[in-house]
Design a protein around this ligand. Sequence first.
Ligand SMILES: NC(=O)c1ccc[n+]([C@@H]2O[C@H](COP(=O)([O-])OP(=O)(O)OC[C@H]3O[C@@H](n4cnc5c(N)ncnc54)[C@H](O)[C@@H]3O)[C@@H](O)[C@H]2O)c1
Length: 265
Amino acid sequence: MSGAAHPGRVAGKTALITGAAGGLGEAMAFMLAREGARVAVTDIDAARAQALASRINAEVPDAAFAYAHDVASEAEWEGVIAAAVADLGGLSVLVNNAGVGGPLAFVEQDTIENWQRQYEINLRSIMLGAKHAMPHLRASAPASIINISSIAGLAAAPGMGAYNATKAAVWMYTKTLALEAAKAEWNVRCNSVHPVFIKTPILDPFIAMAGGDEDKAHERLARGIPLKRIGEPDDVAYCVLYLASDESKFVTGSEFKIDGGMTAQ
Ligand SMILES: NC(=O)c1ccc[n+]([C@@H]2O[C@H](COP(=O)([O-])OP(=O)(O)OC[C@H]3O[C@@H](n4cnc5c(N)ncnc54)[C@H](O)[C@@H]3O)[C@@H](O)[C@H]2O)c1
């Protein structure tokens, strides 16, 4: 064994992660940077994205750049990708992570505004990102697109119509992209990740429903999970790390469930 430092599982990769100012995106950005990638951290909340990039750079110098980015806007996708490609020196990984839930609502109380918002942020953004990143991903191949769906894209729950529908569409559209890229021999792989409940701010409504008692909310959410707990952001980030790296070079069009055994039942 030589004494050389481990080069990192994604050394030399250049990755753009959307919705990365906190939650799962933050964990992914830190993990990819620690494993050798340069990362573009984008979020609609520009100040938090910038703060995260500063924290990453304090640990891994010059690894992170931050951008203000509403994934519902095609013009912003074009501007952010151009800037990130220039700053990072290319683009070999796109993580479509930005996503939102909505109010729990059965069909008669549901609204078109709720559906429109989730459609634009959870689903249409995936197409816009893939469309505008693809020329750069091809140029930086081997490359990888990682779409963050949800276990809710594979299994339904009452009151979550727009979330179930948009996340299921992300799952299927990922396969379309994977097959297009394979047929065209672009050497760009595309896979989806399906987390169950993970400790991030997206679970705040469940904490509110438990009267602000976080432990009680987490315990309630864990009831249907065979491993009897909810997940940590790093549980998802490790999967993203694998899919971003060339370790997964024969993996495309697949779905990765990070669900503590929930859908095995
Ligand atoms: N945490 C979970 O339990 C869980 C489970 C399954 C799937 N997911 C999915 O994982 C992804 C990340 O979720 P999270 O748990 O980190 O949530 P989060 O709410 O902590 O983070 C989401 C981020 O997206 C950003 N964002 C919101 N609208 C945006 C827009 N229009 N453009 C750009 N950024 C925007 C927010 O500012 C925030 O930083 C989402 O797609 C979510 O659906 C999360």
